[in-house]
Write a protein that binds this ligand. Structure first.
Ligand code: SAJ
Length: 405
């Protein structure tokens, strides 16, 4: 039996996937409300294919509880917040989960940490926690790091198909956990050591952050001299060894906008390109706000409350607002003029911020400038409704005459 600890964006799909592929699974989360929702047969976030997977796991007998179980394998997928000032990972939830596992687990149990952690976290924080209880790692307890790689918006597909990395102290334990993931994973699973697994996860997200920052910097250069950044990137990407990502209003989510800071925090004098890239991405919401002011001026407008932001989530077709560029832009604007921009997102049903709309038509009625911050399918299907508005399209999805980054 596997006890999956933490039933959020990663833990829940992983638990469901294991259960629906014949593994006995108990999911544990300290949040009773979340556990009760799951027991009632409802999922806690939206994701393609998640409801079907949930039903199949329920049919297979998955159960949910707030209690840690006595078993031989634990998968920990609790959040790893980071400290915005020190830029370092805060492993408190991982450490708390490991401690709770140690209270109930039998001798020889395997603790798999799936949560993203900065390189060295297991050596610095997890091992000492186990050792100070007089337990011997490799005998009484085995440690594994199996970082997740699935992309929000396509999690279920990627859980099945992505290659994976398993970092373990001992080869046989690594192989044992590889077989567990092989129950559902059709990708290649590489077994390596823990430090390498920690580093590869953070490097993958850092690579993407730096590439996006490069695209964002190109957007600024092109804006300066009125060149078409999208056409330039399109043509450059026809070169066999060039693959530039897309500029945008900023980088959000709890991964790409966070993980690279771990390297800057731990290696401040070495991680220079990464540091500058993160600053470039973090500066994009302000860049968009300045574009809004320029466009207002060009069109003789003075009332910022006639400007509407389309999209509150950090990217298209997800309901996750963590570190979203729209929230960053709103925060920045509120500092200058109080919060007066209007906002609408079809995927955020509850009232989260001032001047938030829940209906596209009402939103469009009340604004003259629409800033497309997120390219949800909804807006792609309703482009005709934007006619007559002044559009600032930060995602390059609007086909007609409009302003760009
Ligand atoms: N973005 C751009 N331009 C692009 C691509 C993305 O501005 O060309 C922006 C998005 O709008 C968003 C942010 O970057 O605000 C991040 O989005 P994303 O789709 O690039 O990535 P995440 O954060 O949703 O998921 C990433 C993935 N990592 C990589 O692709 C290397 C995923 O595979 C990881 O599992 C996930 O982080 C994670 O949990 O670490």
């Amino acid at each position: 039996m596997v006890n999956v600890i933490g039933l959020g964006y990663i833990g829940l799909p992983t638990a469901l996937m294991l259960a629906s592929h014949g593994v006995e699974v108990i999911g544990t989360d300290y949040n009773l409300g979340l556990v009760e929702t799951l027991r009632d047969g409802r999922t806690t976030f939206k994701e393609n294919g998640l409801d079907e997977l949930f039903r199949s796991a329920m049919d297979a007998g998955i159960t949910f509880t707030t209690e840690y179980q006595k078993t031989d394998t634990y998968i920990i997928s609790v959040p790893t917040p980071y400290d915005k000032f020190s830029k370092k990972v805060d492993a408190c939830y991982v450490i708390a989960a490991v401690n709770d596992v140690l209270k109930v687990c039998p001798e020889g149990a395997v603790i798999v940490i799936e949560s993203t952690i900065s390189p060295g976290t297991i050596d610095r924080y997890v091992r000492p926690e186990i050792e100070k209880k007089g337990l011997k790692i490799g005998e009484d307890i085995h440690l594994v790091h199996a970082p997740e790689r699935i992309i929000p918006g396509n999690m279920v597909y990627e859980l099945l198909h992505n290659n994976r990395t398993i970092g373990a102290d001992e080869r046989e334990i690594g192989e044992q956990i590889r077989s567990l993931y092989q129950s559902f994973c059709r990708g290649e699973i590489v077994v390596t050591d823990i430090r390498t697994a920690e580093m590869t996860k953070v490097v993958e997200n850092t690579y993407r952050a730096v590439n996006i920052a490069f695209a964002n910097e190109l957007a600024k250069i092109c804006r300066h001299d009125n060149m078409d950044v999208y056409e330039i990137i399109r043509i450059c990407n026809m070169h066999p060894r060039v693959n530039i990502l897309q500029p945008g209003p900023g980088v959000g989510g709890h991964c790409i906008s966070v993980d690279p800071w771990f390297l800057v925090g731990d290696y401040p004098s070495l991680a220079k390109v990464i540091d500058e890239s993160m600053k470039t991405n973090d500066g994009m919401p302000d860049f968009v706000l300045n574009r809004v002011y320029e466009i207002m001026k060009e069109n003789g407008m003075t009332d910022i409350s006639r400007v509407g932001l389309y999209g509150l989530t950090y990217k298209e077709n997800v309901d996750d607002m963590r570190e979203s560029p729209t929230l960053q832009l709103l925060e920045s604007q509120a500092k200058h003029l109080g919060s007066s921009l209007k906002v609408y997102d079809p995927l955020i049903e509850e009232d989260r911020i001032p001047n938030q709309y829940h209906n596209l038509d009402c939103f469009l009625e009340d604004v003259d400038i629409v800033v497309i911050m997120v390219g949800h399918d909804e807006i792609r299907k309703n482009m005709d409704k934007l006619r007559g508005k002044i559009i600032l399209d930060t995602r390059h999805i609007y086909n007609e005459e409009c302003y760009h980054l």
